[in-house]
Design a protein around this ligand. Structure first.
Ligand SMILES: Nc1nc2c(c(=O)[nH]1)N[C@H]1C(S)=C(S)[C@@H](COP(=O)(O)O)O[C@H]1N2
Ligand SMILES: [Mo]
Length: 582
């Protein structure tokens, strides 16, 4: 039975080594979190690596992730990164029992990857962003080296006194990695580290088993020494991490206080009152105005920027700007604000998808601001045809200057449905341009507007093969009945929304099983930049049926049935829903 218990001890030792690796990783992340307080929260490694992964994810995979996980995609990504790190850390821990220094260097290499990710983020302007990852990794490497040293000491260098060792190992066994221990009779020659790709050692490495066996005679003290060390690392790391979290949260709390203190002024130009009939209020039908808590969110930010309105500035500068401007939040609030109902849509929205929402926005008109800065649209001889908005998190969004100045209600929004912008929707200010997809118009957490040309500069998504210009495509969606719903034969109300922002919806038609298109009833028309509800009473007969919808906008254009993926300039095709009638 000796063999079995030896193997049991070897397993326990491997487990302890894996735990050492985990603790080293935990310590590294905790310290990095703490150090990121001094740099910026976005420079903490998981956020940085996550951001770098997002930037490099091919569009189809990104679309897939959004489809699979919806708004949880970022959480899933972070958990995934943590899982990979945990596996890696455990492997390094186990490796460290053989080659302690090499494994500890491995931790440093992971730190360098984190540092590179942090400095390669678009919002990273300073090499400082590397510091949290590097410092964290140094600490992690030290912890691994130390803990595994205690483990080794516990298993094959028992204290003669039988007392647990409380102080760190006497700066431990000098390398080479293979132990220069007085050889125990039972132990084979120290094995050289295998070459990458070399044949596996003919014998399983027995030093672990040998040490474990020896540990049996060593008894508890070594194990206790390791456990004390491990416990200390866990406690100190948790403290450091919590402190880091707390301090980062403190900054966030200031931002929250600044948002709570905002008093939105009354608009100089209030939103036209919505006719009652714009909202049919049918069960299952999307409401005309989307409450803030239900409004879709699409962005690349792993940590939502929480800006202090008091410190916020917006710069307007670039080609053809005769008077560069720098505005603070109060400057913006003091302007003649407009209030408008506007329906926003994401270019990533699939036919029938959820990334569309309508809110009542309050903001400063952009055309007036640009004119004050001396900007003229290209049609009046201005030299800049592209307006590039930059956010504090490094997003760049390019909009045609002509469109921003063509008379539509392009604005720097500060209010959404009667409250300051929620943080996730861009507090303290964001851009909105009715009629354009968000990625070419709706910069959140905006801090800079540069006038330039489309020839001179490609923005974030354009670099990733999305279109430079992207007006929203006329679309319609069936909200009820839901796909694969089962409904009772008789009159079934089919209803949904249709949108063609800045054009307006003229007609919606529905057909069943590829039959004749039939006119749907339109809800009362709202402002031109909003969507429009529609409904159709369907005399439903038993069986499985396919419902399809298409809209015609006020330019006379009828939605094409030709299916297109969202990339490069928005999905097209008719939304269809299969239902069973019983
Ligand atoms: N800073 C920043 N602004 C951004 C984005 C982003 O990733 N970062 N995404 C854009 C996209 S693709 C869309 S569709 C809208 C979504 O705005 P919402 O999240 O408020 O609905 O924001 C736009 N503004
Ligand atoms: Mo989007």
């Amino acid at each position: 039975m000796q063999g079995v218990s030896t193997r049991g001890r070897a397993a326990a030792r491997t487990a302890a080594a894996a735990v050492s690796g985990l603790l080293a990783g935990y310590a590294a992340l905790a310290v990095a979190e703490l150090v990121s307080v001094a740099v910026r929260p976005e420079a903490s490694p998981v956020t940085a690596v996550g951001g770098a992964v997002i930037d490099r994810t091919p569009a189809p995979l990104k679309d897939w992730a959004i489809r699979q996980f919806g708004t949880h995609d970022k959480l899933v990504l972070q958990l995934g990164i943590l899982a990979v790190l945990a596996l890696f850390a455990m492997a390094l821990g186990v490796l460290a029992t053989r080659v302690r220094r090499t494994a500890s260097l491995g931790v440093l290499v992971v730190g360098v990857v984190g540092a590179l990710a942090a400095t390669s983020r678009p919002d990273s302007t300073e090499a400082w962003d590397a510091i949290p990852s590097l410092v964290g990794a140094l600490v992690g490497a030290g912890v691994l080296y130390w803990l595994v040293g205690r483990l080794a000491a516990g298993t094959h260098r028992p204290e003669r006194t039988g007392e647990p060792r409380m102080e760190p190992e006497p700066e431990l066994e000098p390398e080479p990695e293979s132990e220069p221990e007085p050889k125990l009779e039972s132990q084979p020659e120290p094995e050289p580290e295998p070459e990458p790709g070399s044949a596996p050692a003919p014998e399983p490495p027995t030093d672990t088993a040998g040490r474990a066996q020896h540990a049996a005679s060593a008894g508890g003290p070594g194990r206790r020494g390791f456990l004390l060390g491990a416990g200390a690392v866990a406690v100190v790391s948790t403290g450091a991490g919590a402190l880091g979290r707390g301090l980062n949260a403190g900054t966030a709390a200031e931002a929250e206080a600044s948002r709570a203190a905002v008093r939105l002024p009354a608009p100089a130009s209030p939103a036209p009152e919505l006719p009652r009939g714009v909202d049919e209020r049918l069960p299952g039908l999307t409401p005309f105005t989307t409450p803030n808590r239900d409004f879709y969110r699409v962005d690349t930010a792993l940590t939502v920027p929480r800006l202090d309105a008091g410190r916020w500035r917006l710069r307007i500068h670039g080609k053809g700007v005769t008077t560069p401007l720098t505005l603070d939040f109060q400057d913006l609030l003091r302007r003649e604000l407009i209030e408008r109902d506007i329906t926003m849509t994401c270019v990533s929205n699939e036919v029938g998808g959820p990334y569309v929402g309508s809110a009542r926005w309050l903001g400063a008109p952009m055309a007036a601001l640009l004119r004050e800065a001396g900007v003229r649209p290209p049609s009046q001889g201005g030299p800049a045809d592209q307006l590039v908005a930059r956010s504090v998190d490094g997003m760049t969004i390019g909009t045609p200057v002509e469109t921003v100045m063509d008379g539509r209600d392009a604005m720097l929004a500060v209010g959404m449905n009667g409250e300051p912008l929620p943080f996730i929707h861009g507090f303290p200010a964001r851009m909105l341009v009715p009629g354009l997809y968000g990625y070419v118009s709706a910069c959140k957490w905006i801090q800079d507007i540069e006038l330039t040309t489309f020839d001179a500069y490609d923005t974030y998504w354009v670099k990733r093969s999305w279109a430079r210009k992207a007006p929203i495509k006329t679309q319609s969606r069936i909200d009820t009945p839901k796909p694969f719903a089962s409904v009772k034969a008789g009159t079934v109300t089919v209803a949904g929304v249709a949108w063609a922002q800045h054009k307006g919806i003229d007609r919606v038609e529905v057909r069943v099983d590829g039959g004749r298109w039939q006119q749907a009833t339109l809800a009362t028309e709202g402002p031109r930049d909003t969507w429009r509800q529609w409904l159709w009473e369907w005399p439903a007969r038993p069986g499985t049926h396919t419902l399809e919808v298409r809209a015609t906008d006020r330019t006379g254009y009828t939605q094409t049935g030709k299916r297109a993926r969202p990339i490069p300039n928005g999905a097209s095709g008719w939304h269809s829903v299969v239902v069973t009638v019983t």
